[in-house]
Design a protein around this ligand. Structure first.
Ligand SMILES: [Zn+2]
Length: 285
């Protein structure tokens, strides 16, 4: 099984210590795929210092010299890779890639900026807040990027392929459910309609492709996610010898309860035989 960590929200305000302290002993041992915001817009957010919240300005990550040189060194060592996480991560109040305008131009500009700054090729797009409009999905496709997203038919271009992928995914969830048939139907309702993230929903551990974009569905770890749900999905990916991507935020690791959850998961994974720790881009090779 291939295992990757996706870490969101690295931007102008991130310090090398924020990242190193978040991962402690794991830094340099397990690759971290950073979803980077190229031109973060200052607003109330856990990774932006309070004194900047009301400036209303955009801060290019390239202006944080200390962070840029640190990341360039870590990229060379293979400890870190860079993915594109929106453009400025603004809310209108809907997320940037739902309500924002000129999304294709923003992807092109953000991608080129990060590529020149870090001397890497950006291959994967990570939507801010994990939500996308029709225009956003189209823009990612036109920019030939891989995508971390759900196999949902919503906001996809017209066509049969998205429905086949969706139904195959649903069948997979049904087969891997750990409850009765009736309970599974109730869980689908609670998970998608009520957005109850306490519900365990199996995640298919394989790349899928719709309209020429390769995509993968990560498993998120938040303060509210039951650890057992993540472990159950790791167990599924392991059984299928598939891919598993744990999505989190470095700034969440400042919280002790969250940190405890994360280390419980990582201790479990590190004890499994035949685990290959990789960067997210590696899934798409
Ligand atoms: Zn984010």
């Amino acid at each position: 099984m291939k295992f990757a960590i996706r870490d969101d929200d690295t931007c102008y305000f991130t310090t090398p210590e924020d990242l190193k302290n978040a991962y402690g002993d794991l830094w340099g041992k397990i690759p971290i795929s950073l979803a980077v915001i190229p031109f973060v817009k200052a607003r109330k957010a856990p990774y932006i210092p309070k004194e900047y919240w009301n400036t209303g300005k955009e801060y290019p990550i390239g202006e944080n010299d200390e962070l840029v040189s640190f990341l360039k060194r870590e990229i060379k060592k293979g400890n870190v890779s860079i993915m594109l996480h929106g453009y400025n991560h603004e809310y209108y109040p809907q997320p940037e890639f739902v309500a924002g305008k000129n999304l294709k131009e923003k992807i092109i500009k953000g991608k080129r900026y990060l590529e020149e700054l870090f001397e890497v090729e950006i291959r994967t797009f990570v939507p801010p807040s994990n939500t996308m409009s029709k225009e956003a999905i189209k823009a990612v496709k036109e920019c030939s990027l891989n995508l971390l997203y759900y196999p949902t038919p919503k906001n996809r271009p017209f066509g049969i392929k998205k429905w086949i992928i969706f139904l195959e995914d649903l069948m997979f969830k049904y087969r891997e459910r750990q409850c009765s048939r009736i309970e599974f139907i109730k869980n689908c309702y609670r998970f998608w309609i009520k957005r109850d993230r306490n519900i365990f929903m199996p995640v298919k551990p394989f790349i899928f492709e719709i309209n020429g974009i390769k995509e993968f569905n990560c498993v998120s770890l938040t303060a509210k996610t039951p650890t057992t749900n993540v472990l159950k999905n790791i167990e599924i990916a392991y059984r299928y010898n598939g891919n598993f991507c744990l999505a989190l935020h470095y700034h969440s690791l400042k919280n002790d309860i969250f940190r405890e959850k994360f280390y419980l998961i990582m201790n479990y994974v590190q004890k499994l035989p035949n685990i290959k720790f990789v960067h997210v881009d590696n899934f798409f090779d």
